[in-house]
Write a protein that binds this ligand. Structure first.
Ligand code: ADP
Length: 816
């Protein structure tokens, strides 16, 4: 046998070289057999806690023997020779067959002819017994002291081997645990020395796409660019423990967002770094996705409102704020009904809440109110947001501003209604009133009128006017604001300052109560402006807006067409009425004429036929007077007929001259006094009213026609007044020369019914045809007077109460 020392150092070398435990122990067992020929050696070990005997290894001993002893408890009671040995020193059993405890061995031992047994305790370096060395051998062998010594040394060597492997196994166990832990980590773990990778876990392999073998020795910068953390390095190693975020590139050239925790450590006495790398790519992607979504909400052209499940607002997007005028702080915690206009029926809200509370989506149109009170329309889709337990946590409203669309629809509807109303509305006035009502759906039409333009007369007339002030039926175009619209053929939206500025520039003249805001829209037909649609406000300059102007621009075309149609329809109706009327008047005229001409003619013929030589001179004179009166009456009738025919044929000519107003009025006074006498109406008081200031006034007029007008009115006053007085003259002081003169004739006569006060100015029109005949009227005087007044640039009208009297007014331009 080789030298004992060499054997020991050979075993120890193999042990530290890392040879397997079995091969080393087998080498020791073989050495035992070399010392004790034909022997069988078994090594028993004990468990870590020293409670059980464990079979470690043997040479050629059947398994049944090993199984029998493996795991038996270690007590100081006699269970087996092996366990007993653990409490004693070496034992030698000469005849093993005599030991009852070794029954399990008997067969084996008989077959192998082994009878003796040496039990040598195995002690660790501290002297603690950690196993037994059991050697069976034939009884013809006697062991000498040296052999026993050798066996004991081998047992000690075995103790070193077992102890070493116990430690290694323990370490291996621990390493396994750490490896498992490391591999279970969701972070990639890298141990680097300098920049070189020396160890990685599984996740690091997955993350990088390289195997552990490929990674070992690779620079960490291959995975994470040096730029990421160059400043974090000093002397080739990352600095103190800290955290960086970096972009890494894996084997497939994919970019990863990683978060790296760096910890300096030591391994086998050398400084290393532990990198724990967390792949943040999915988080960053989710963040990007989230950012994208939140940007979508922030930049959404639709309003977005998020409320909690109780309906309190938690979030609104910028579009919501822009549209409603509320900011997030003001609206947070509020209920969305803060926007309610009050115009949406409650049943709609009820349905909305029921739908969304049951987890369904609700869509529909709502009319809401902005912070400044303006109304707007929204198409809202409201849905419930649920958590993973299907519980509603929030409601989300996405709302599209459909005010413009709604407005377009309303405008279309208004246009349609207006065009249909041409047939349904009986008169032009009713029709315009209907237009006002329709427009009020979109704009404030409190002060609204339509002024239709009469190009020939250069004046406006208003078939319908419904406003707070200035209710006139006609007005001259002159320099009115409506006239400006006609002249320019375009809309005008002007506030009070603009109107004053226009007036100062002489573009317009402001008459009546000034408006705070005035909007006039031309009504055009075939390149002609037929009128102006006006809305205005006397108290609120914001009552009419640019938007209203735009709306009117859209509807004005249809309004123009419809008004034109209605006007044509009215003109046709009027023409029909006029035709009937003229037919009727023809009969009235013939009857009147036959009466009015016959009466004085009869008088002329009658009286002239009865005068003869026998007629007393006084009677003849009376008859002559009557003949003369009848002649004058006939002449008047003929003159009136002549005048009206001149007027009708447009041949009447005015001959202007400058006259003293007082002179004219005095002349009229003298003439009417004479008339009064001839009409036997001297009991009626006749008063001429002429303010002092008028005594020096000059009137540029046709004096004949001026007197004719006055005398017509005065004669009528005398004719239709039985008692009382007649006052006439100039209405007021005319110190402002730009205002027209206003004359009047006021009587206390029979009066004229309200409904006839206009028609009496028509040709052959009389308030009461039977009655008038009684008063010798033929119904031409007022018609002639009206025409003459208008030719002189004025207008004429009457105020009267039946049974109380009448006042006829007429104006005359004051310009010289
Ligand atoms: P006439 O010759 O019938 O008086 P006019 O044209 O002068 O014709 O008047 C038309 C009608 O107006 C008269 O028939 C009468 O009914 C009414 N009228 C005119 N002036 C007066 C008045 N001062 N008082 C009452 N009725 C009047």
């Amino acid at each position: 046998m080789e030298n004992k020392k060499e054997f020991r150092s050979d075993v120890l070398e193999k042990l530290y070289r890392g040879d397997s435990k079995t091969s080393i122990l087998n080498q020791i067992l073989t050495q035992v057999q070399a010392i004790i020929p034909n022997s069988i050696c078994t090594i028993y070990n004990i468990d870590e806690e020293g409670k059980y005997l464990l079979h470690e290894i043997d040479l050629n001993l059947p398994d049944s023997n090993n199984i029998a002893l493996h795991g038996i408890p270690i007590t100081d009671g006699f269970i087996s020779s092996e366990t007993k040995t653990l409490f004693e020193k070496r034992r030698i059993l000469e005849n093993i067959h005599s030991y009852p405890l070794e029954d399990h061995l008997k067969n084996t031992l008989q077959q192998t002819c082994l009878t003796s047994c040496l039990l040598e305790p195995i002690k660790d370096p501290s002297g603690k017994k950690t196993g037994t060395f059991t050697i069976y051998y034939p009884n013809n062998i006697t062991l000498n002291t040296e052999e026993l010594e050798q066996i004991s040394e081998l047992a000690d060597l075995t103790a070193i081997v077992l102890d070493r492997y116990r430690i290694i196994e323990k370490l291996e166990d621990r390493e396994n645990i750490y490896r498992k832990l490391a591999n279970a980590s969701k972070d990639g773990i890298f141990i680097i020395k300098g920049d070189k990778i020396i160890e990685v876990n599984k996740r690091a392999e997955e993350m990088t796409g390289y195997s552990k073998i490929e990674l070992s020795g690779m620079s960490i910068f291959n995975f994470m660019g040096e730029d990421n953390w160059s400043s974090d390095y000093s002397d080739g190693l990352p600095k103190e423990r800290h955290y960086i975020e970096a972009i890494a590139v894996n084997r497939a050239n994919e970019k990863l967002n990683v978060g790296v925790n760096i910890k300096e450590s030591s391994l086998n006495g050398e400084t290393v770094c532990l990198l724990s790398v967390n792949d943040l790519t999915h988080i960053r992607n989710a963040e990007k996705e989230l950012k994208k979504l939140s940007q979508t909400v922030i930049q959404s052209p639709a309003s977005v409102v998020v409320t909690n499940c109780e309906g309190h607002i938690e979030y609104v997007n910028p579009k919501f704020m822009e549209l409603t005028g509320y900011n997030l702080n003001e609206i947070k915690g509020q209920n969305p009904k803060i926007l309610s206009s009050g115009n949406t029926p409650l049943s709609i809200y009820k349905n909305l809440w029921e739908t969304i509370k049951s987890g369904n989506n609700w869509s529909g149109e709502l009319q809401n109110k902005k912070k400044n009170g303006d109304l707007f329309w929204e198409y809202a889709t409201i849905s419930a947001l649920k958590d993973k337990n299907e519980e509603i946590t929030h409601f989300i409203g996405v709302k599209e501003d459909i005010t413009q669309r709604k407005r377009q629809d309303q405008i279309k509807e208004i246009i349609l209604n207006i065009s249909n109303a041409v047939l349904s509305q009986p008169t032009l006035s009713d029709f315009i009133s209907f237009i006002k009502q329709e427009l009020s759906k979109l704009i404030n039409t409190k002060n609204f009128f339509v002024a239709l333009y009469d190009e020939d007369k250069e004046c406006f007339y208003m078939p319908y006017h419904d406003g707070e002030f200035d209710s006139v039926e006609t007005f001259p175009k002159g320099k009115s604001i409506s006239g400006w619209v006609i002249d320019h053929g375009k809309a005008l939206l002007a506030d009070i300052e603009t109107l004053f500025a226009m007036a100062e520039r002489g573009e317009v003249e402001l008459l009546g109560e000034p408006s705070k805001i005035w909007l006039g829209m031309p009504l055009k037909r075939k390149n002609k402006t037929i009128g102006v649609l006006v809305i205005q406000s006397y108290d609120n300059e914001k009552a009419v807006t640019e938007e209203d102007k735009e709306i009117l621009e859209l509807v004005s075309h249809q309004i123009s067409i419809s008004i034109e149609k209605k006007r044509t329809e009215e003109l046709l109706k009027q023409a029909l009425l006029d035709a009937r009327e003229s037919d009727r008047l023809k009969s009235v005229f013939l009857t009147t004429m036959s009466h009015e001409l016959r009466t004085p003619l009869n008088a002329v013929l009658g009286f002239s036929s009865i005068v003869d030589m026998d007629t007393p001179i006084e009677t003849a004179v009376d008859f002559c007077k009557m003949i003369h009166q009848s002649g004058e009456h006939l002449l008047n009738i003929v003159e009136d007929l002549f005048d009206i025919s001149l007027i009708e044929t447009g041949q009447i000519r005015m001959t202007y001259s400058t006259n003293s107003l007082s002179g004219l009025l005095n002349e009229i006074h003298d003439m009417i006094i004479a008339e009064q006498i001839s009409m036997n109406k001297t009991h009626i008081d006749l008063k001429l009213h002429m303010p002092d200031s008028a005594s020096l006034c000059m009137l540029n007029t046709d004096p004949k026609r001026f007197k004719q007008i006055f005398l017509n009115l005065l004669k009528n006053a005398l004719k239709y007044t039985e008692a009382g007085q007649i006052e006439y003259g100039l209405k007021h002081d005319n110190d402002q020369s730009e205002l027209p003169f206003q004359f009047y004739v006021k009587d206390t006569g029979i009066g004229i019914p309200k409904d006839l006060q206009k028609s009496i100015f028509g040709i052959f029109r009389q308030a009461n045809e039977t009655l008038s005949r009684e008063y010798n009227g033929i119904g031409l005087g007022l018609s002639i007077s009206k025409n003459l007044v208008e030719r002189l640039g004025g207008k004429i009208w009457v105020e009267s109460k039946l049974g109380e009297g009448s006042t006829f007014h007429f104006t005359h331009s004051s310009c010289l």
